[in-house]
Design a protein around this ligand. Structure first.
Ligand SMILES: [Fe+2]
Length: 498
């Protein structure tokens, strides 16, 4: 009953904020939305991130054009001020001032309102809920907004609005990376213009994409306030984990040395072995199982030879990723074989944005065993669910749109539903749904103790990590690529896709 009341309160607050918060975007005389123009001490790019204990802590991050103090004011559902502990810091980044405040001492299962500012100038009110610790919760997952002009950010935001309308009780949103295309001030301001209200209405679990951190160092870590205490490095992304309900959730950084160092894999192994939670879920940007354009490159494919072994070893249930801008769900896999009983299910999220990829036919059966695929939806040329093996490009108009996924955990049942919001009509269509069930209370923690990686240990791990990747790239991937090259060239010439 308490949970229902809390859910209703949270939904009402979220909807109120979504429709009433004025946001920071500006409108031209013709009603056209213009990118925000940061000025003075007015906060912008506001986000609330999962940071440490999901029942009692949150990480706030925002920016101002002028240097000023960092203050978060929080009230509970009754409107009473909350006296939480705040740890604040600020620093200059790319011409603006970033503010990070980590709040602890919150109560489990509460709906909070907050505003950020310097003590005099404040943002509009936002809201978030804390984990009540029981085994029933739900969240939204998206990936690959990767927009450049404001117009495409706004279209992607319509998809995410549709996600919250579909699952208003969602307690947080996971973004599997590639927030922008080039990580510039201009793009992040467009992202904020389109997503500001959404970001202020929930808790975000951000995942570093290659466009957020690879070659644009520090952007990701400077845009969110995350628990970096166990991150193997924080230059081009962050790896972290947290408990939510009866699940343990790990967020990986696939920018780490092109894809994944041995240090991060060791961290993941220890991290997943340190929990006795019923469900083990991982989020990362690059996907080892894909039929998109990146499915031919050694970085993501290497994950299928290395990282997936850790998932197998640690009895991970679900891995969600992005990067290849199409929807693909595998059958449960163990050691790259179908294992319906104990395998790991991999979901490659379709893109929430407008940049969508076709199937690369030369990958099917050669780079990816098509027997692994349980569901597939291409957002560019259509096709719903698993295809007949011949027709790759039969268009289904309702599939031409932005994709989002909902995940619901209810005790021993985990359900993922995937949807596309049709560009043309705005109609939301379910494209896939699956459930996993298990007996709860069976997982045992087998690791305890320190799971941090010193800088020295990290750099030491780069040598064997690089050797492993090199051996794979030249010993396994390159010969395969050369054998497939004539077919690849044929497809390039006849279909103009690579
Ligand atoms: Fe990507």
């Amino acid at each position: 009953m308490k949970k229902t009341i809390r859910a209703v309160l949270a939904v009402l607050l979220c909807l109120t904020l979504l429709f009433t918060v004025s946001g920071t975007s500006t409108f031209a005389d013709d009603g056209e939305v213009k990118p925000i123009e940061p000025e003075g001490k007015t906060p912008f790019r506001i986000s609330v991130s999962m940071n440490g204990d999901s029942q009692t802590q949150r990480g706030f991050c925002w920016y101002t054009a002028e240097d000023c103090d960092s203050v978060v004011e929080i009230t509970d559902a009754s409107g009473s001020a909350v006296n939480a502990q705040c740890e604040a810091s600020s620093f200059e980044w790319e011409g603006y001032y970033a503010h990070k405040v980590t709040v602890s001492g919150l109560s489990a299962g509460e709906t909070y309102q907050y505003r950020v500012g310097d003590g005099e100038t404040f943002s509009d009110y936002g809201t978030f809920v804390t984990d009540d610790g029981d085994s029933s919760f739900s969240f939204i997952e998206i990936a690959d907004v990767q927009a450049t002009p404001l117009e495409n950010f706004l279209k992607a935001a319509l998809t995410v609005d549709a996600a919250f309308e579909t699952l208003p009780e969602a307690e947080f949103i996971v973004n599997c990376g590639d927030f922008t295309n080039d990580s510039t001030n201009e793009e992040w301001n467009c992202y904020d213009t389109a997503f500001g209200k959404i970001n202020q209405s929930t808790t975000t679990v951000p995942v570093a994409g290659n466009h957020d951190g690879f070659g644009v160092e520090h952007w990701f870590n400077n845009m969110f306030n995350l628990d970096t205490s166990e991150s193997v490095q924080v230059n081009d992304g962050v790896n972290y984990s947290f408990d939510y309900g009866n699940a343990h959730i790990a967020v990986l950084n696939t920018n780490d040395m092109m894809c994944m160092t041995l240090a991060q894999m060791q961290w993941l192994k220890n991290d997943m072995n340190s929990t006795s939670k019923d469900w083990k879920i991982a989020f990362m940007h690059k996907s080892p199982y894909t039929l998109g354009k990146d499915g031919k490159w050694p970085d993501a494919l290497y994950l299928g030879k290395s990282l997936t072994k850790v998932f197998d070893m640690c009895d991970v249930d679900l891995v969600m990723s992005g990067h290849d801008h199409m929807y693909l769900r595998t059958k449960p896999l163990t050691n790259n074989r179908v294992d319906e009983k104990n395998g790991v299910t991999y979901v490659l999220s379709g893109t929430a944005g407008t940049k969508r990829y076709e199937i690369r036919e030369f990958l099917a059966g050669f780079y990816l065993n098509t027997g692994f695929i349980d569901a597939l939806t291409i957002q560019k040329n259509g096709y719903a669910n698993y295809w007949n093996g011949e027709d790759w490009n039969s268009t289904k108009d309702t599939n031409i749109g932005g994709c989002f996924n909902t995940v619901t955990v209810d005790g021993g049942t985990l359900t993922v539903k995937s949807y596309i919001r049709c560009d043309e009509t705005g109609e939301v269509n379910e494209i896939d749904s699956f459930s996993v069930t298990k007996e709860t209370g069976k997982n045992k923690a087998t690791f305890s103790g320190d799971n941090t990686t010193s800088e020295f240990e990290y750099y030491l791990s780069l040598v064997p990590s690089f050797l492993c990747l090199t051996v794979y790239a030249f010993g396994e991937w390159l010969p395969k690529f050369l054998i497939d090259l004539p077919y690849i060239l044929y497809v390039v010439i006849t279909q103009d896709t690579f």
